[in-house]
Design a protein around this ligand. Structure first.
Ligand code: PLP
Length: 396
């Protein structure tokens, strides 16, 4: 018996553990201080009432012999028609036409981002932006693939563009990006699509924060870009959109035109899912379908608006302090350059000790994150206001 030794190559995911530990230690040493967390990557607003009602109705159906549901529909990899139709409708509004068997309902984007790698050989070269959501790197280390990085820096606005010298086979794009909040325009994505098509590569496009986009010209789906159906898989989630981090539901789009080595990736993914996955609960799916109703949409937009007001408060504070930052507008994340040349952990300690505010050190998201810091808009409005006032006082 041999273990997969690549697991031993993974760095300890110490970022959030260390943030938690340092915060706990500070709280224990200073119980009189009120520590505010602007480090939360999870949603805090409750579910929209329309979603709750839909889930309650679904529970009722499960309790009656006539309406009880077991495994989901086989034909659509367990996705229920009402949810698939709603998702198709939301894509139509972006001028993207999908068929039901191109949409795969999942328990969230993270699982699918990891599982999709079952489809790809080990000797593919993987291109990952730096900094980014650490899951892309870790899942490829587990799979033993070679990784190269696309540098996201202050100079390129944290939006790296293709480098023709890099012969990437799998390309990760996260837009709006976690942690930088930077989002690509359709024109920029077209350059990535052309690069992928030329190389016969596949783009893995993470759209988990798509609902936060408010500016025109930014892509809400990679399929808004011509040619993307031949080269891209899109990962979507209800987690940040509708507060489903605890409910669990997402979906992945694999277009039928996506063919490599003569094989349809749509068919391979359907085969993979039907073999290793048994679908998402009916109750979660009915809750997700309610997100697309008029009421549901309005209610989730209210929650997103709440977070956006927090983001605007933080952005104003950063502008007042003349600190360089990205994000906050089309994203719940604000990515700032640490003042006075501090490194990420130095700034973390400084902020915790002097303002009793917790953020996330940028170095935890990749080497280019050092010297940067992530603040999030997912907290309570009053606490966010207070944290901003404290930080401002510290630097003025
Ligand atoms: N993708 C990105 C970029 C994220 O930041 C997150 C969660 O923080 C996810 C995916 C995970 O989403 P889900 O909750 O749907 O698994």
């Amino acid at each position: 018996m041999k273990i997969n030794e690549r697991f031993l190559e993974l760095k300890d995911s110490y970022l959030f553990a260390k943030v938690g530990q340092k915060t706990a230690e500070y709280r224990a040493a200073h119980p009189e201080k009120k520590v505010i967390k602007l480090s939360i990557g999870d949603v805090t607003r409750p579910l929209a009432p329309a979603v709750v009602r839909a889930m309650q109705k679904a529970v009722g159906e499960m309790s009656q012999k006539e309406t009880f549901k077991g495994y989901g529909p086989d034909r659509y990899c367990y996705g229920y028609a009402s949810l698939l139709e709603s998702i198709k409708g939301s894509y139509r509004r972006k001028n993207v036409a999908l068929s039901s068997d191109e949409i795969f309902i999942s328990d969230g984007a993270k699982s699918d981002l990891g599982n999709i790698l079952d489809l790809f050989a080990q000797d593919n070269l993987v291109l990952v932006p730096d900094p980014v959501y650490p899951v892309y790197v870790d899942t490829n280390i587990m799979g033993g693939r070679r990784i190269v990085y696309a540098d996201a820096t202050e100079e390129n606005g944290f939006l790296p563009m293709p480098d023709e010298r890099i012969k990437a086979d799998l390309i990760y794009i996260c837009s709006p990006n976690n942690p930088t909040g930077a989002a690509y325009t359709c024109e920029q994505l077209k350059v990535w699509v052309d690069y992928a098509l030329k190389r016969n590569a596949v783009i893995l496009y993470d759209a988990a924060y798509e609902y936060f986009i408010e500016e025109d010209g930014l892509a809400r789906s990679i399929y808004e870009v011509e040619g993307a159906r031949e080269c891209a898989i899109e990962f979507c989630s209800f987690s940040k959109t509708a507060g489903f981090t605890g409910v669990r539901c997402g979906y992945t789009v694999v277009p039928k035109e996506l063919v490599r080595s003569g094989a349809s990736l749509n068919r391979l993914w359907a085969r993979r899912q039907s073999t290793k996955f048994n679908g998402v609960s009916y109750i979660s799916q009915m809750g997700a379908a309610a997100v697309f109703t008029e009421e549901g949409e309005r209610e989730i937009r209210e929650n997103i608006g709440y977070y956006k007001r927090n983001a605007e408060r933080i952005a104003k504070m950063l502008r007042d302090l003349n600190l360089f930052y990205t994000g906050g507008k089309n994203s719940p994340y604000l990515w700032l350059k640490c003042p006075k040349g501090m490194d990420s952990w130095g700034f973390f300690d400084y902020l915790l000790e002097n303002a009793n505010v917790v953020g996330t050190p940028g170095s935890g998201f990749g080497k280019n994150g050092d010297g940067f810091f992530r603040l999030t808009a997912f907290g309570d409005a009053d606490e966010t206001e207070e944290a901003c006032a404290r930080i401002k006082k510290l630097f003025i």
